[in-house]
Design a protein around this ligand. Structure first.
Ligand code: GLU
Ligand code: MG
Length: 441
């Protein structure tokens, strides 16, 4: 099996004409994962492919620009062309690489991932992403609740009836994924009320990151059409499980998988290269969390008290194990490792880039992760808050180096953005504080 990107007819205008597409959504995400786009009519497709389309970078969000900076120009990657007739019959989207002054912009997540992939010395990273999300609505008072008012059971996971009540939404997404060739293989009700997961087959890291962005867009827009909000926020409800973005990772070279080793003495079916990669991820786990769990809310998921269903299924410490969902790294089969620290707020490009850098450091240094259940010598607690994680990130030259892979200053900018996000949240007096302190002294 090969994980090479699918070679396609590279001419956007021709593809659009064949598919009856009249508009192209030229799309990219900022460092936080916000999808930004311009709608380009097919009459301008040739110019779009040749010259890109212009954005005021500061207005985009977290992408390293000030108001007085020159335009950010989004140049489409034609291999990512994706018709989305489920949104509009005549619409396709194309993922773009932002450029400034004629060069790829180092603060653009898609550019960063490609820079890290290019450093992997001929090794290719395959990624499978598990997209979990909640379908919610707001009541008249603005309170968020599961969109399905009957979804109240304390243990709703896999409930066939809860799944069936969302049949129209879930099967629309499944049909779209399959028509796009993503090979959707399962859709389920997850462990939280209102929570679902829709799985598609792994691919090369860039393709999967593009697909996660496309999937979030499709799921959000189609849910809105049914009067629901799809949320990928890591922990929308205190007493329910959170939403992960588990990443299934494997290394390949020239179409050959490097992870499986049936004679593995530890019994997980992994090769020495796989263990070294895994050990690298464990060693850099704390800094990595700032990238793969990048919001204040992320740490409500990983540090969570036990929810109503009985388990959080999300890691608190940097350990690895076999087919055991309590570890940061699970080894479900000898062909891959599953990173369970990443959540629905992760930017999939940055998550893949930072994880690859961490794993490759393990490969370069020939690291060994020690016994199952361990985490490189026992220093294994994951950061309890975003602020702790950001401190770990800036202290970790490998993970911060991944963010700076296309140019300097990105990690510093990201860390400052995330510190401000934490302090903004911290600045507000919460109901929990009032409860605790009002009459305590
Ligand atoms: N929702 C859980 C999480 O936050 C994962 C549940 C599962 O293993 O699918 O990671
Ligand atoms: Mg799941």
């Amino acid at each position: 099996m090969s994980i090479d990107r699918d070679p396609q007819d590279l001419d956007l205008a021709t593809r659009a004409q064949i598919d009856g597409v009249s508009f192209l959504l030229a799309l990219f995400v900022d460092l936080t994962g916000k999808p930004c786009a311009k709608l380009v009519p097919v009459e301008a497709a040739e110019a779009l492919q040749r010259d890109g389309v212009r954005f005021a970078g500061f207005a985009v969000g977290a992408i390293g620009q000030r108001p007085d900076d020159p335009d950010l120009i989004a140049i489409p990657d034609p291999a990512s062309y994706t018709p989305v007739p489920w949104i509009r019959a005549d619409l396709a989207l194309v993922h773009c690489d932002p450029h400034v002054g004629g060069r790829p912009w180092p603060f653009a997540p898609r550019v960063i991932l490609q820079a890290v992939l290019a450093r992997a010395r001929g090794l290719e990273l395959a990624v499978g992403a598990e997209v979990e999300y909640f379908l919610v609505t707001r009541d008249a008072d603005g309170r968020v609740a599961p969109a399905d008012v009957r979804d109240l059971a304390p243990r709703p996971c896999y409930d066939a009836r809860g799944l069936t009540r969302m049949y129209d939404h879930l099967t629309d997404i499944s049909t779209a994924m399959n028509a796009l060739g993503w090979a959707n293989f399962a859709n389920d009700h997850e462990d939280g009320n209102g929570q679902f997961e829709q799985n598609f087959t792994f691919a090369d890291a860039l393709t999967t990151a593009d697909r996660v962005v496309t999937a979030r867009y499709l799921i959000s827009v189609l849910a809105e059409r049914r009067g629901m909000t799809a949320t990928f926020m890591p922990k929308p409800f205190t007493d329910r499980t959170g939403s992960g973005l588990h990443l299934h990772l494997s290394l390949w070279r020239d179409g050959e998988a490097l992870f499986p080793e049936p004679s593995d003495a530890r019994g997980l079916g992994l090769s020495k290269t796989a263990y070294a990669f895994l050990a690298g991820v464990l060693e850099h786990a704390c800094g990595l969390q700032a990238v793969i769990a990048p919001t204040v809310n992320s740490y409500k998921r990983t540090g969570a008290s036990v929810p109503r269903s009985g388990a959080t299924w999300s890691p608190r410490s940097a350990t690895y194990g076999g087919n055991d969902r309590t570890h940061l790294l699970r080894v479900p089969d000898g062909d891959r490792i599953e990173l369970r620290g990443s959540d629905g707020s992760a930017n999939p490009y940055l998550a893949a880039a930072a994880t690859l850098a961490a794993g490759m450091d393990g490969v370069d240094r020939d690291l060994d992760p020690g016994d199952l259940g361990s985490g490189n010598g026992g220093h294994s607690a994951l950061p309890p808050t975003l602020l702790h994680a950001v401190d770990a990130l800036v202290a970790d030259p490998v993970v911060s180096g991944a963010l700076d892979a296309a140019g300097p200053g990105v990690c510093e900018y990201f860390a400052a953005w995330k510190r401000e996000e934490f302090l903004d949240w911290h600045a507000a007096v919460s109901p929990a504080e009032v409860e605790r302190y009002l009459t305590a002294f």
